[in-house]
Design a protein around this ligand. Sequence first.
Ligand SMILES: Nc1ncnc2c1ncn2[C@@H]1O[C@H](COP(=O)(O)OP(=O)(O)OP(=O)(O)O)[C@@H](O)[C@H]1O
Ligand SMILES: [Mg+2]
Length: 577
Amino acid sequence: MKRYLKYIKPYLYAFILGPIMMITEVVGEVLLPKFMADIINIGAANHDVGYIIAKGLLMVLTAFIMMLGGVGGAWFAAKASLSFGADLRMDIFKKIQQFSFANIDTFSTGSLVTRLTNDVTQVQNLIQMILRMALRAPGMLIGAIIMAFIMNRQLAMVLVVIMPLLLGCILLIMLNAFPRFGIMQKKLDALNNNVQEVLTNVRVIKSFVREGYEEERFAKSNRDLRQAAFNAIKIVILNMPVMMLFMNLTTLIVVWFGGNQIMGGSMQIGDLTAFITYITQALGSLMMVAMIFLNASRAMASFKRIGEVLDAHVDINDENAAHKDAKVQKGEIEFKNVTFRYYKNSEETVLDKINVTIKPGQTVGIIGSTGCGKTTFVSMIPRLYDVDEGEVLVDGINVKDYSLNNLRQGVGMVLQKNVLFSGTIMENLMWGDENATEEQIYAAAHDAQAHGFVTNFTEGYNTELGQGGVNVSGGQKQRLCIARALLKKPKILILDDSTSAVDTATEASIREAFATTLKDTTKLIIAQRITSVMEADQILVLDDGKIVGQGNHESLMENCEAYREIYDSQMREEVQA
Ligand SMILES: Nc1ncnc2c1ncn2[C@@H]1O[C@H](COP(=O)(O)OP(=O)(O)OP(=O)(O)O)[C@@H](O)[C@H]1O
Ligand SMILES: [Mg+2]
């Protein structure tokens, strides 16, 4: 709970003023029945119009002050809880931004979205409710009980019997409801996961005509959620009728005994009406306190889920980096005995004792069958994942000893799953360097063979891209992504299958541009086509997480069986085509 104090501090005044202003409502509601009783007992009984008017005016004034207090209290409560929620959301968002790829793998994106939105809202609602009710409900409960006892001690004994009974019922109801709300929240998670996945992949679903299947899947999550919610709510709806039953029974008892007292002359009629109001208020407040606890139990589940995100250990960080100020200068890379697995408790290694040295400015091709670990291999360099054993050195310094910022600034990577963002082409390219001049942007686009098609668009560099870059072709998208990485002017450039959708002629032009403008940059190029890497200074052949061949094209053709096989099969295909 301590961590949440920081969200209260800046709005402490609202957190204090909210409940305090609510007290005016309590005082008012406790006083009004008393005034009413006086009007009946004294004013009406004595036909004293002046008295009635005077008390009436007092009642209006009280009601007016109550209104001001009520509005003010609700205003501060809203301000406090909404600000709390907004700051909390910001911090969760910041935390998620620090998440490593491995962290994101463990939480699903859908669940992160629910935690950022729905769970924060639950917490926010609870706080708002507490601020409005925390003093009001207990205040009213105590005030009404005191007034009832002052008015008629004998009759007030009814409360002593009824209240524990009612409390017992409410507790029973709530204890049953608690776990059901926990289940409901989980079902909501599942539903959101489902929605998230479908919306992000709606194009794939359409192309596979899987709408029916997805609809059925959604219907199931939806049914589950409805059932879970109903299971929880059907318990809670008992609350109100049970409460009304108690209220009516109590009123009956009070009227019975009160009526007898009135007939006996020991009680006045006005007092009886006021008394009934106080009893109703007391039981009502008890109910309100119970509701706070009920909501609190729901919010506890959300607090827990938020805590899981905020407490998540970000496994890739630079807290212990020994060379925080170091920058990537030359672009030399060395893998020493690197072993890596995605599932830490499994035996299966994805990279197995890899040893490689890459000199500054070299062009390195990486080749191997799908799933052999090429993407994983290059992910070790900018620390998208951390090695399990061995070490990766850049310019002779362990990548773990750089600050993440400096390391990733020095390494430009075009991921296999390219994405562009909504915004203009210009804005997207400037991700690489927000201070880039127009000339630099054109030059980078030129090298990536993107300048031509961009200038052919009527809006040119100001063409708006749709979400994820939907309105450019696959090959165009890849070239824009390359241009974006080039603008970073990295010392190490990694292209993960980044020209797979680009025709061979254009790809050759990109390679030529690299050879002249990126002479000093170390270039790692993952490719499916051997022709893409044939001219590289060094080619790594990966198979099942191991390096099975290393050298230039000629030497590999001579010494590496696996390489020759790939070459032969691709040449055959070409001839057949
Ligand atoms: N995030 C991940 N979590 C768990 N396993 C993964 C993850 N990413 C990849 N793998 C597994 O690790 C192995 C190597 O994957 P990797 O992406 O490095 O292959 P690749 O050589 O790049 O393949 P491709 O040519 O198809 O891109 C595969 O068996 C894959 O199933
Ligand atoms: Mg890959």
